[in-house]
Design a protein around this ligand. Structure first.
Ligand code: FAD
Length: 466
């Protein structure tokens, strides 16, 4: 049996991009249908991404900080860990948020259809679920189908000891030896969690540095801390083979650290693949590239003018805040508003310990592209607040345009770097120069005053720190 629904706007996928677009379109007076294959709204971010990972990382940071307190004369007993409770605590946070979204959808009269959707024609989607089939005819559609973890063909992914990020967030147990394949943000965040729980961590990364694309100065500051905590960080090394044995997962490395080792568990975090090829976009005439990405213009329109796409499936940084902003733009354009996705910078944050946050131009990029810059680097070793919390590895680095003196990029390493980077993003969006930042009175003693101090370093009004 097939039921029929007429919608002005159909949104395919209820992640941060999709639910934001659906809510915004409804607020602007549209009749909206939101299609989601999973029983809860919120997509990867709320269910198996940003939110559960940060709940676990908070727990991890408390454990690590408690260890640090011995320097101040306070020693705690080793933590007793109840994994069932930890999991339940994390799940409660997720349930509260996904439940909240359900209520918000209802309040706005956004009709949620559960099932897997695919295009049937340029104006029709069909949604399949065990309960039956629904055909949705729409005037306009927003594709927000997100991305999935990438797998390596031939590796024993079906073995529960070989996890993806979703499996790792389940913390089924505390493995003795864990190999993280992929030194990007997701892999390193999970490394922080498992290390705090007592696991021996090794990280393997193909590229010559962790968090490829991030400023090497920031990565160096992070490595100062995790290099001591983790058993091995294998750069320029490839996992060539992986086999499930009764002793554990046997791994063969090639490259700089060629060799063989066995682990109790392995987390494969080598990146995410867009879901664009799974929605039969061709039936609507929407072009999808070989990787599964869907190209859009700055209004988030695909090559088919009444079909839009947002979030991880359109490429660019795969981040929730990028998806939500694009979602708003798509909904507003549909409602006839002159909206545009045109950010000067999108911040990225690794919520590791220490955190690494960056936005805008990096020094590596400036050098590669021949862009002139002036930099101000303020080492946290010169910050009273950073010393007080035992975090002298921290660093605040700002890049300025030597002509206009305006901020071009920023990078921060240290606890709360993710919170601190917001000021730099605002400064860049407002076209602030180093006097705007340096002469703004920041409270003392804080970590955020390192931003003003880095601006003063670039200006030359502070030269000698120590
Ligand atoms: P998604 O969140 O992927 O949502 C897409 C939705 O569409 C899913 O619910 C999916 O079920 C549904 N769907 C797909 N196809 C269909 C179909 N055919 N029919 C019906 N439904 C369909 N980002 C950050 O900004 N900060 C972080 O701290 C952060 N941490 C992360 C941690 C982890 C472990 C992971 C994996 C990701 C993290 N991310 C983080 C990335 C973030 O989760 C994504 O960028 C974000 O979720 C993308 O949103 P989206 O709306 O594009 O898609």
């Amino acid at each position: 049996e097939t039921s029929e629904i007429l919608a002005e706007v159909a949104v395919l996928g209820a992640g941060p991009g999709g639910y934001t677009a659906a809510f915004r379109a409804a607020d602007l007076g549209k009749k909206v249908v939101l299609i989601e294959r999973y029983p809860t709204l919120g997509g990867v971010c709320l269910n198996v991404g940003c939110i559960p990972s940060k709940a676990l990382l908070h727990t991890a940071s408390i454990i690590e900080e408690a260890k640090d307190m011995s320097a101040m004369g306070v020693t705690f007993a080793p933590p007793e860990i109840d994994l069932d409770k930890m999991r339940a605590g994390k799940d409660k946070v997720v349930a509260r948020l996904t439940g909240g979204l359900k209520a918000l959808a209802k309040q706005r009269k956004v009709q949620v259809v559960q099932g897997t959707g695919r295009f049937e024609s340029p104006n029709r989607l069909v949604v399949e679920s065990p309960a039956g089939r629904t055909r949705i005819t729409f005037d306009q559609c927003i594709i927000a189908c997100g991305s999935s973890p990438m797998r390596i063909p031939g590796f024993p992914h079906e073995d529960p000891r070989v996890m993806d990020s979703t499996g790792a967030l389940e913390i089924a147990d505390i493995p003795k030896r864990l190999l993280i394949v992929g030194g990007g943000i997701i892999g390193l965040e999970m490394a922080s969690v498992y290390h705090a729980l007592g696991t021996e961590i090794e990280v393997v990364e193909l590229k010559p540095q962790l968090i490829p694309g991030c400023d090497p100065d920031l990565v160096r500051a992070l490595t100062k801390v995790i290099g001591k905590r983790y058993k091995r960080i294998l750069l320029e090394t490839k996992v060539e083979k992986m086999a499930a044995t009764s002793d554990g997962i046997q791994v063969v490395f090639a490259g700089k650290h060629a060799g063989e080792a066995t682990y109790d568990k392995v987390l494969v975090a080598i990146g995410r693949r867009p879901n664009g090829r799974l929605i039969k976009a061709e039936a609507a005439g929407v072009e999808v590239d070989e990787h599964g990405f869907i190209a859009t213009d700055a209004h988030m329109r695909t090559n088919v003018p009444h079909i839009f796409a947002i979030g991880d499936v359109v490429g660019g940084p795969m981040l929730a805040h990028k998806a939500t902003h694009e979602g708003k733009v798509a909904a507003e354009v549909i409602a006839g508003q002159p909206a545009l996705f045109d950010p000067l910078a999108i911040p990225s944050v690794a919520y590791t310990d220490p955190e690494v946050a960056f936005m805008g131009l990096t020094e590596t990029e400036a050098k590669a592209k021949g862009i002139a810059y002036e930099k101000g680097v303020f080492p946290w070793a010169a910050s009273g607040r950073a010393l007080g919390i035992h975090r002298e590895e921290g660093l605040t680095k700002l890049l300025f345009d030597p002509e206009t003196k305006r901020l071009l990029g920023a990078g921060i390493v240290g606890p709360n770097a993710g919170e601190l980077i917001g000021e730099a993003v605002l400064a860049l969006e407002l076209g602030a120069d180093y006097e705007d930042i340096g002469l703004t009175i920041h409270p003392h003693p804080t970590l955020n005053e390192t931003i003003a101090l880095a601006a003063e370093m670039a200006h030359g009004s502070i030269t000698d720190l120590m």
